[in-house]
Design a protein around this ligand. Sequence first.
Ligand code: F6R
Length: 619
Amino acid sequence: MCGIIGYTGSGSCAEKLLRGLDRLEYRGYDSSGISWLDEKGKIKTVKSSGRLSLLREKLGEALPKSSCGIGHTRWATHGAPSDENAHPHCTDNVSVVHNGIIENYFSLKEELIGKGYTFDSETDTEVALKLIDMYYKKEKDPLSALTSAMSRLKGSFALGVIFRGREGELYAVRVGSPLVVAFGDDGNYIASDIHAFLDKTDKYFRLEEGEIACVCPRGVRVTDRDGRERSKEILTAEFSLSAAEKGGYPHFMLKEIHEEPRIISDTARSMAELPIDKIIPWDILDGIIKEEGNIRIVACGTAMHAGLIGKYYLEKFARVSVEVSYASEFRYSDPIMHQGDVLILISQSGETADTLAALRMAKERGVFTLAVVNAVGSAIWREADRSLLTLAGPEIAVASTKAYSAQLVLMYTLAAKIARAAGRLSEEAETAICRGLSDTVPKAVEGIAARDREIKRLAEILSEQDNAFFIGRGIDRYLVTEGSLKLKEISYIHSEAYPAGELKHGTISLITEGTPVVAVITDKNVADKTISNIKEVTARGGEMIIISSDDIDIPPELSKTVFRIPSIGIKGNCEKDYSGIFIPFSAATALQLLAYHTSVLRGCDVDRPRNLAKSVTVE
Ligand code: F6R
């Protein structure tokens, strides 16, 4: 959701800013720009709509020599992607890059127009800029101008700012949207996330709410809204640079899918020995088991789909009922929550605005919050009562794949541990689930990833189409919801997911000769029912692609395009039939590869699909 970078030091800033923007491009990529201070201390700016390569072209071979500057890669909110709306926005005195939303931009704009300011763009950022400019003219001091402006701006924003004549000084403001400050050998950085400078340094700290940093080549000073100085602990980034590189794969998405076996195993092992009362305090858990309290899962997009799988297994193993909500709906729905409930927040980035808002709302009402996050130190990670880490490492492709698989591991583990605590699952079964997640599942997923070619053949059917449907029952219904999202976001094929039995209640009218329908059948208990629904589709000319477990009989006339998944689950002395419980992992990987190959065949930008951004820090 927009990427910010800034550098000040002894080196030249332009190449560093461009390299940082390259790494941040996953946050938004419809325009970009940089500002720097020239040898006379004047602000210079070059910006361009479109991808970063166009900015490089505009800058030409002779990059500016300046050693202090800021850069930005945009995900449009206010105003279309255009040169005018691209950041940085500048006056003679100030240049600003911004991530987030200024909610009261309209009233401020009117006030500034009344004071003689004019506006060249449609952005809320230009309003923030002119406000800072106004205070800077009055107060003649960058820090007090920023503090005054901050007290007037409403919303969630991170700013990177340079001032004319203030050589070597870079300012960073954080209200809601993430910003980090890092220390390199030849200078210091600000950025929206640590990947921007990992080739230069791994030493950094995060700005907290309402903090302003003045970053100079030799040091950093951080103050709060009231001008009080704050001391910061310097952290060491745990990610290696290789996470931010493709490692021989044509796309990050494919690389990340192939990382799933290791990630599943690492995440499962990290959870196996964790006692349940280190996850949810006993008194609250006891209330949940006695049905005095409720579990709710709140998240967005793919993370929410992982929550649906969590619901399925929490209900299956632990027999506690679970509600799953989109965070954007949950926060405005006046949800019924009581002390004694548990709110589980799932988020890869740990910064998603709606999920964070849901968390804060629950905390205000005294509800216990448990976060499942992929980014240590992110806002959701820090603010939740307890946080569990998915060990997926940085996910660069905009479409989430490996983080989803890691979220599934946590959902299964949590379900098994709660079920065990409730006495609804034997110790033997719990151990078998944990062991299966760390050993059997990774091998199975590796097996699916190795069958890339077979999946590519299925993708050839989809890639020619403009519309597709996904169907499934029970757990498969939740899997196809994610499979459909993956397909539409990276291949631009319109796609809808339906419970298989629901198709005939309206949507089947859209099935005509050749309409592709992807069916997932891993749940033996409802396989025959789904097969009947498939027959209803083929009777109307629909073209089936079936992903099914290998212990389910598919009628020969339907088996032309079947992708068979080995059935994996728990064998032996369990209280119930858990023989196929791990198939969702394999099916999820197969669906991810199906979307991936379809996108490649259609010539789409797999890692950076249009209109999207990785970390959604606006609501
Ligand atoms: C889809 C995708 C999004 C995210 C959603 C939530 O591939 O990545 O749907 O899952 O924006 O993001 P996080 O998990 O960062 O809260």
